[in-house]
Ligand binder design. Structure first.
Ligand SMILES: Nc1ncnc2c1ncn2[C@@H]1O[C@H](COP(=O)(O)OP(=O)(O)OP(=O)(O)O)[C@@H](O)[C@H]1O
Ligand SMILES: O=P(O)(O)OC[C@H]1O[C@H](OP(=O)(O)OP(=O)(O)O)[C@H](O)[C@@H]1O
Ligand SMILES: [Mg+2]
Length: 293
């Protein structure tokens, strides 16, 4: 992936120019060591230290650009890829931009179940997914396509109900709507083109993925250090859900050892309580920059 003077191979990666996914995606790219200048003011930015260029565009355009091979990779919500029906490969699911595409209607209104949508109008920015859902459920509803502020449509009497993205549910609540059924669960994904890639690009993608995986594994893990009586080591080894065997080092104080290891963040508090019970003291937890397994 490192830039070489005579190398022409460069990966082109599409990301959202300005919106909910932009900051998190840039943060992720910076986290795996990519550096670029002034991405906010340009549509195309070359990385200073890798053979990667970023294309900054509206998220709606990303799946098709990747499908057509205009870009090799893209970071985009699963909702957008599904709506466009683009032919791409999902390389990774990423844990940001988590939301769902749901049907909603007026609270205590006459639409409460899927069957109640028969003959009704539904406003959405996701006409394909909404239509597919109703077809699968044998319900005839009329789709009204609008590009934003969908939740306001029932109040404006533009439609009887809506199908839109929901995360906290606050926007639905603020507009007197209740969520009825979820059509699609979504999160940000890294997608890859299905067009034939050169060997050089394939190698760049492998390196890119290795860095991303290392970074994400590190984000989900913590480095943990503690002191413990030597006699507790077998029990502590059993407690620690370690990837590898922990490092055990003797201390100047007889019968005491230092134990270093990496644990998943999810298990952190449970492990901690168990370690204390086994006599562990001076427990220190550190974040990890990256992990190569
Ligand atoms: N409330 C939410 N919580 C979490 N993720 C969300 C939420 N709303 C949308 N998303 C995710 O973030 C993506 C981008 O949302 P955003 O509102 O920035 O899109 P947009 O207005 O269509 O932007 P663009 O101008 O690029 O077309 C969505 O496609 C979805 O995957
Ligand atoms: O369930 P909530 O947490 O309230 O989130 C849902 C809202 O978030 C998104 O809109 P966004 O805020 O991105 O604005 P937009 O309509 O301009 O895309 C989505 O279109 C909903 O309106
Ligand atoms: Mg969009």
């Amino acid at each position: 992936m490192e830039r070489t003077a005579d190398s022409k191979t460069s990966l082109r990666i599409a990301i959202q120019k300005s919106g909910r996914l932009t900051d998190k995606t840039i943060e992720l790219l910076k986290g795996i060591g990519l550096r670029f200048d002034d991405y906010k003011r340009n549509l195309m930015v070359e990385c200073r230290n890798f053979d990667v260029e970023l294309l900054l565009i509206r998220d709606d355009d990303i799946p098709e650009y990747v499908q057509d091979g205009v870009c090799d990779l893209g970071f985009v919500g699963a909702n957008v890829t599904a709506e466009t029906g683009a032919n791409v490969t999902v390389l990774r699911d990423l844990d940001y931009g988590v939301c769902r595409l749901s049907l909603a209607a007026r609270k205590e209104g006459d639409i409460q179940t899927t069957e109640d949508f028969q003959g009704k109008t539904v406003a959405t920015s996701y006409p394909k997914l909404t239509r597919d859902y109703f077809e699968e459920n044998d319900v005839e509803a009329q789709i009204v396509t609008i590009s934003g502020a969908v939740e306001i449509a029932p109040r404006l009497e533009v439609a009887d109900a809506i199908c839109d993205l929901v995360s906290t549910g606050n926007t639905l609540k603020a507009n007197g709507l209740q969520e009825l059924d979820t059509i699609l669960e979504s999160e940000t994904q890294l997608i890859q083109t299905n067009k034939t890639l050169s060997e050089g690009k394939k190698q760049l993608i492998d390196k890119f993925l290795q860095r991303m995986d290392g970074h994400q594994q590190a984000e989900r893990s913590r480095y943990i250090m503690m002191n413990a009586p030597e006699s507790s080591v077998p029990k502590i080894k059993d407690i620690i859900p370690s990837l590898n065997s922990p490092t055990v080092m003797p201390l100047a104080d007889n019968n005491m050892v230092a134990i270093h290891t990496v644990i998943p963040i999810d298990e952190f508090w449970i492990v901690m309580e168990k370690l204390k019970k086994e006599g562990a003291t001076g427990i220190v937890i550190l974040p990890i920059e990256s992990m190569i397994l």
